[in-house]
Write a protein of this length. Structure first.
Length: 196
């Protein structure tokens, strides 16, 4: 089973992911995007570069995703592990879709079309939901992907993705106290495993 944690920057998903990783061991593979590979390093360098071309950046993210699938995700699934990824393809669709919206008609569909031939869709996506204002306040707006207007577009893209695949997404109110969010996410994963 492939479980992905998604949400705006500042939603708390990385902290939830870290706590899950610390609590669960055998039979789980915890991973994240961008990865720690050289592809992921190229992505991080691009994020920190204000003048980076957003279309080129989208393809860097896509390269990192492709490598991640072949190196980590598919082998772990083949072993029978539950893979829990902090960000995955939906982040590409939502974030890079927002980044290229001035350059491409229907940018989310475009990014999806680039991924479709090779990606492995998640079985379950947990969306940690916060409003863009809270996301900016929590994240500190430290880079171009954490600015309010940008995150408003990202949030709209996530809503489009959720509307298109409501059975895969489960919303969690990420404005709750952290322990409640962590427990909710853990319970959702446990229930999904029980249903397999």
């Amino acid at each position: 089973m492939l479980v992905t944690l998604e949400g705006l920057d500042g939603s708390g998903k990385t902290t939830v992911w870290e706590r899950l990783e610390a609590a669960r061991e055998e039979g789980y593979t915890f991973t994240r995007e961008p990865t720690t590979s050289w592809y992921g390093e190229a992505v991080r360098r691009s994020i920190e570069t204000d003048g980076a071309d957003p279309l080129a950046e989208m393809f860097l993210f896509t390269a990192d995703h492709a490598d991640h699938l072949q190196r980590v995700v598919r082998p772990a699934l083949s072993r029978g592990d539950v893979v829990v990824s902090d960000r995955y393809s939906d982040s590409r669709y939502a974030y890079q879709g927002a980044a290229i919206e001035d350059r491409i008609d229907d940018p989310v569909a475009f990014v999806q079309s680039v991924h479709e031939p090779f990606t492995r869709p998640p079985d379950l996506t947990i969306y940690l939901e916060v409003d863009p204002e809270t996301a900016v306040e929590r994240s500190g707006a430290t880079n171009k992907l954490e600015q309010l207007a940008f995150l408003e577009s990202v949030a709209e893209n996530y809503e489009t993705l959720i509307d298109a695949d409501p059975d895969r997404f489960v919303r969690v109110d990420a404005t709750q106290p952290f322990d409640a969010v962590r427990e909710a996410v853990g319970s959702i994963i446990d229930r999904a495993q029980d249903m397999e």
